[in-house]
Design a protein around this ligand. Structure first.
Ligand code: DPP
Ligand code: ZN
Length: 878
């Protein structure tokens, strides 16, 4: 397969004004008749028309201006593309008929069936599996969709926009005609036909219109849609309040489907969701899943402006809509819950997920330069680092300045397909500022490294911060330029309070936090009027996505942990203390020395533990501080990963902490065990801390804890507690784990979403011989290899478990490769995601390195591999 390059972008030679789709859905064959009005976008004589297509569909008819065209007037390539030669000058009408077999479509792209219902997924390139079309986001058209289907089997017929007509036909069929008044690219097209229950509500928009809100789910899930509905209304209100964005149709639909490659999809007015991102009830969904649903519902809704009304010119610009929309959903979740805890969770996720990608063979800028399969670029880099880049605009320009930039962006580009540069220019122009250097965030891959040294001058009352930055080389990018970094700094006095942070040259005294604008490779910033030696709180709120190294002493960090007014930095002080200690312990383990927990750090953590019993304690925050850095974060910090060494060190830190505070953790666990489940923030915080205590206590592997965990699992009145207790049980080799797992299965065997958790808990067990259990679960009647959720739970879950996946005999890697090959024939997107589990082979110690590499080579050498898997495997080996 040949890569596609950003530098080769050319505007389309033809545009499409209208596209009228007519689907006749059947059990064996479904027909799609697509009539488009095509207008020239070229100069001179008409070029050929190149339409994307796919080998999975049959071309059943093609005509221009009502006349069937002869076979010598077009070429159908084996790869699926259709080239039409000899076209009339000016506009014309093109009609194409395709025959589809959605019931056999296991790739879940284009038109397919899930639980017997028809649905679609077109982003990024699924529309070309429905009809031959210029499948690119800069071709925007007005759509109508007519759907005909059996009325008894598929009583609900949905598409984008407004329902214009519907009625009964002969042979037990019926039809619906939908019209979308907004222009859109084909990736936002959607169709659903099925037997679905409706949950209805409404929202009164800021302009007074009543908007009908409809969530469609399978009948047996009808009681699980309330929270998604509340989240939708909250998102609509929030977008009006914060960005002045008012919904632009009178109907908004969400449909839940079980088999879905992504979390959800923002099709215009017809969002299609993976059911795990919509369905929740307290007894079946955890607090984390509630947060996930709230976030995804908001994310897809926010796309209506950032993505749909203003879309991407080409797929290289994906972060234009995804980075921005993730940033918006992060802001929303922060406003709905707690800002500090939200920021901590996002940064923890970035460090554990995106930093490793940015330092490995798949490293790419948030705006990639090339791709083979676009599906492989829906990455943590494009999404999460992309969101960090958007956040930096806000940090540099201030909240008001950012909003001005957003307003100008919509004013200029509503209804257009644009680029990341257009967004940057709107931000710069609205604020009358130069952001030229900021463009590097879009083109340079790799996590910048920022080193800071500080110096206090007691006579001059100045405090100097000396910064150095560099960006490491990444594939295809050996040399990098210095980036524009916003560094938010606070200065703490001996009493722990913020002193004014006034930069030399500032006209007014600074506030408690000041944003430094670093532009050079090396740069000094001088704070004036600093009456005493401060402790610097650097990179507050994680103001730039960098790896920070400072000269702060252990004492300084402990001081920050106790006093910083910035929640994020309080947490990060603890993370830094722990990471540094874990690295020292790793070295000690390698030198075969005894492992010793640093007593100063233990004391500081003891203070945090003690905080939990105070009257106004922020329990959710305490739970964050007491969640120590894990192996993904540590692996980033060592030159060569010995996974068992890291595992042992993490385990030592965990068990030593647990043993040191066993009584306190037990007391906190009991004190925060509520008689009844509550949904409010305080109850959720109690659950998070209580369940964290249970996991620490379990690390001591005592029989009494196993009994306690099993009892909690049995008595739980909500899924958060039940899964936490079962997970605690599963964390070691206690016979009660099997008891808990069996009981859990008996209780939930009818709920496929809950069973995903059951698969995932078993997949990740560190117990000896777990691979055989995982293999046996592949034959379990509830494991469906065609369902992306169960695959990622069982196979993906296994591939992120340390002792078993990284078994020294290579059996874990062998299993993963085998599953990748098996899945590739079913669903290449899912297979490609799994194969990335081997991507970072070079980072491992020699034995595992060779074993992983051999499995990657085995995959790469397989016949008939999808381009999706081939791209990841070959780039990993390169
Ligand atoms: N549905 C995916 C998302 O919203 C891709 N657009 O991020
Ligand atoms: Zn998105």
């Amino acid at each position: 397969p040949t890569p596609i390059y950003l530098k080769d972008y050319a505007a389309p030679s033809y545009l499409v004004e209208t596209l009228d789709l007519d689907f006749d859905l059947g059990e064996e064959t479904s027909k799609c008749r697509a009539v488009s009005k095509i207008v020239p976008n070229y100069e001179g004589s008409p070029p050929t028309l190149e339409l994307d297509g796919d080998a999975s569909m049959v071309l059943a008819g093609i005509s221009i201006d009502g006349k069937e065209i002869s076979a010598d007037k077009y070429e159908l390539k084996s790869s699926g593309e259709l080239r039409i030669l000899d076209l009339p000058a000016g506009s014309f009408t093109l009609e194409i008929v395709t025959d589809l077999e959605p019931q056999n479509n296991t790739a879940l792209e284009g038109l397919y069936k899930s639980s017997g219902n028809f649905c679609t997924q077109c982003e990024a390139n699924g529309f070309r599996r429905i009809t031959f079309f210029q499948d690119r986001p800069d071709v925007m058209a007005k759509y109508t969709t007519r759907i005909t289907a059996d009325k008894a089997k598929y009583p609900v017929l949905l598409s984008n926009g407004n329902l214009m007509d519907s009625g009964d036909l002969s042979d037990g069929k019926h039809f619906a005609l939908w019209e979308d008044p907004w222009v859109k690219p084909c990736y936002l097209f959607a169709l659903v036909a099925g037997d679905l229950a409706l949950i209805e509500d409404s929202f009164t928009a800021a302009d007074g219109r009543d908007i009908a809100l409809k969530i469609w789910v399978e009948e047996h899930n009808a009681h699980k849609a309330d929270f998604a509905m509340e989240s939708l209304k909250a998102s609509m209100k929030w977008d009006e309040d914060v960005y002045g964005l008012v919904y632009d149709l009178d109907l908004f639909n969400i449909v839940a489907v079980d088999d879905f490659n992504m979390g959800a999809m923002e099709n215009k007015s017809l969002n299609v969701f993976n059911s795990r991102a919509v369905l929740a009830s307290p007894d079946t969904a955890t607090d984390a899943e509630y947060n996930f649903i709230e976030r995804v519902v908001a994310h897809e809704y926010f796309h209506n402006y950032t993505g749909n009304r203003v879309t991407c010119r080409d797929w290289f610009q994906l972060s234009l809509k995804e980075g921005l929309t993730v940033f918006r959903d992060q802001q929303f979740s922060a406003d709905m819950n707690s800002e500090g805890v939200k920021r901590i969770a996002d940064v923890a996720g970035l460090r554990a997920g995106q930093f490793p990608q940015d330092s490995g063979p798949m490293a790419h800028p948030i705006r990639p330069d090339s791709y083979i399969k676009m599906d492989n670029f829906y990455t943590v880099t494009v999404y999460s680092k992309g969101a960090e880049v958007v956040r930096m605009y806000q940090t540099l320009l201030g909240k008001e300045g950012f909003r001005k930039g957003m307003d100008l962006y919509f004013e200029r580009h509503d209804g257009q397909a644009v680029t990341c540069d257009d967004f940057l220019n709107a931000m710069a122009d609205a604020n009358d500022t130069d952001l030229e250097q900021f463009k590097l965030w879009y083109s340079q891959a790799g996590t910048p490294e920022l080193t800071v040294a500080t110096e206090y001058n007691a006579e001059a009352h100045t405090f100097t911060i000396k910064c150095k930055q560099s960006v490491p080389p990444t594939p295809g990018q050996p040399d990098k330029l210095p980036m524009l970094l916003p560094i938010t700094v606070g200065l703490l006095g001996a009493d722990g309070a913020d002193m004014p942070a006034t930069l030399k040259g500032m006209e007014q005294p600074g506030g408690t936090s000041t944003v430094l604008r670093m532009t050079e490779a090396e740069q000094e910033f001088v704070f004036v009027d600093v009456p005493e030696r401060p402790v610097a709180s650097l990179l507050r709120g994680f103001s730039a996505p960098v790896k920070l190294a400072t000269d702060l002493s252990q004492e300084d960090l402990i001081f920050l942990l106790a006093n910083d007014s910035d929640d994020f930095n309080r947490w990060d002080a603890a993370q830094t203390l722990l990471r540094d200690m874990q690295l020292r312990l790793l070295a000690a383990r390698q030198a075969e020395e005894e492992l010793v927990f640093d007593s100063n750090i233990l004391e500081a953590l003891g203070n945090v533990v003690a905080d939990a019993s105070k009257e106004d304690a922020d329990l959710a925050f305490i739970a964050c501080v007491l969640t120590f850095p894990g192996s993904a974060v540590l692996s980033e910090l060592v030159p060569e990963v010995d996974p068992m060494a890291i595992y042992d060190v993490c385990k030592f830190v965990q068990t030593h902490f647990a043993a040191s505070f066993k009584d306190e953790l037990t007391a906190i666990m009991h004190a925060n065990t509520e008689a009844e489940y509550g949904t409010e923030k305080a109850s959720r915080a109690k659950r998070s801390l209580k369940n964290l205590c249970l996991s620490y206590l379990s690390s001591l592997e005592e029989p009494a804890t196993a009994e306690e965990a099993l009892a909690r699992c049995q008595a739980a009145d909500n899924m958060t507690d039940q899964v936490a207790a079962l997970s605690a049980l599963c964390s070691w080799d206690t016979p009660l784990a099997e008891v808990g797992l069996n009981e859990f299965y008996e209780q939930w065997s009818k709920d496929s979403l809950v069973l995903i958790k059951w698969f995932s808990l078993q997949a990740g067990r560190p117990t000896p011989g777990n691979l055989e259990k995982v293999k046996a679960l592949l034959d379990h009647p509830d494991f469906k290899i065609t369902n992306p959720n169960t695959c990622s739970a069982l196979i993906g879950g296994f591939a992120s478990s340390t002792p078993n996946f990284h078994a020294a005999d290579g059996s874990g890697y062998d299993f993963l490769a085998e599953m990748v090959l098996k899945l590739d024939a079913i669903n290449p997107q899912v297979a490609a995601r799994l194969v990335s589990g081997l991507s970072r082979w070079r980072k491992y110690e020699p034995v595992r390195r060779e074993l992983m590499k051999a499995q990657l080579e085995r995959v790469a050498a397989s016949e008939g591999l999808s381009p999706n898997v081939l791209e990841i495997a070959s780039k990993s080996l390169a």
